[in-house]
Design a protein around this ligand. Structure first.
Ligand code: HXC
Length: 269
């Protein structure tokens, strides 16, 4: 009997009937549906390695990350694997570094979220560049109720998006919010009916993958800097990245194509 990998990578077709994969898009699925895709150490390590491999592949220009089954994106870090852990276990071999590795991916990442998206699962979605949420998504950070706290970026990323008042209430009570509230708070790029989730996430990924790679990566870098740099430094970084793009063939091609009223032919495809 062969064991199925916990992290599965596909080159998805645009529609079930379409034979060709969506150009430049990879679909990565966390596959532990029996525990609502709870994230243990080997799952997260394998996810980070998979994403880093895709990030190094120039043919991959957008990545959709989702959870297997209909019930969960991921119901958190694996509580069974954490129950006997000590402070030293965390300090010696930082198991949370895998979330940082996800956040460091330079290829656009889209979390396609349905069902439970809790704790480390929510923190994983927050580490992605965009979130497409199904209307049945349930999001929250229940860690404090387990005697711990969010430890994979949740206190930082949630607070930067929704502000300290709302982040504090959500983290200290562990309250779960529905997809509509998450959308209202600015956590979601697109909110769609559950049945359309994967199609919507893949369509968004396809739209991004159709863009010129260097411009996409430069824009992502500048957007990421907005949450860590003071405004003047962020604007200075933006100006430098903007100027750098005038050294790329895609700048000339994109502008000529517009003036010649034709589709651009990007340099890497
Ligand atoms: C381990 C989990 C799990 C988790 C669910 N399961 N979540 N196992 N870790 N985080 C397992 C259950 O034990 C059960 O296995 C199976 O998945 C189905 O779950 P049920 O509880 O039976 O389903 P249901 O009654 O529908 O409840 C769904 C649920 C609940 C509300 C999502 O499972 C739940 O509250 N899960 C924990 C959510 C949570 O606290 N997450 C934060 C974890 S801490 P069996 O074998 O019994 O069938 C965290 C820290 C992050 O994320 C900080 C750093 C990364």
């Amino acid at each position: 009997m062969t064991t199925q990998p916990i992290i599965r990578v596909e080159l998805p077709a645009a529609a079930p009937s379409a034979a060709a994969p969506v150009a430049g898009v990879a679909l990565v699925t966390i596959h532990r549906p029996e525990v609502l895709n709870a994230l243990d150490r080997s799952t997260m390590r394998s996810l980070a390695e998979t994403l880093e491999t895709l990030d190094a592949d120039p043919a991959c220009r957008a990545i959709v990350i989702t959870g297997a089954g209909e019930r969960a994106f991921a119901a958190g870090a694996d509580i069974r694997a954490m129950v006997d852990m000590s402070r030293e276990d965390h300090l010696a071999d930082d198991p949370l570094a895998a979330w940082d590795r996800v956040a460091a991916i330079g290829t656009p990442t889209i979390a396609a979220v349905r069902g439970y998206c809790l704790g480390g699962g929510f923190e994983l979605a927050l580490a992605c560049h965009m979130v497409v949420a199904a209307d049945d998504a349930v999001l929250g950070l229940p860690e404090v109720g387990l005697g711990i706290m969010p430890g994979a970026g949740g206190t930082q990323r949630l607070t930067r998006i929704v502000g300290p008042a709302r982040a504090t209430e959500l983290i200290l009570t562990g309250r779960r919010m529905d997809a509509r509230e998450a959308d209202r708070l600015g956590l979601v790029s697109r909110l769609v009916p559950a049945a359309d989730l994967l199609d919507a996430a893949l369509a968004l990924a396809a739209a991004v993958a159709a863009m010129p790679t260097q411009a996409v990566r430069a824009a992502l870098g500048a957007i990421a800097a907005a949450s860590r740099l003071p405004l003047d430094q962020g604007v200075a970084l933006e100006r430098r990245l903007f100027a750098d793009l005038f050294d790329t063939p895609d700048q000339a091609e994109g502008m000529r194509a517009f003036l010649e009223r034709r589709e651009p032919r990007w340099s890497d495809r």
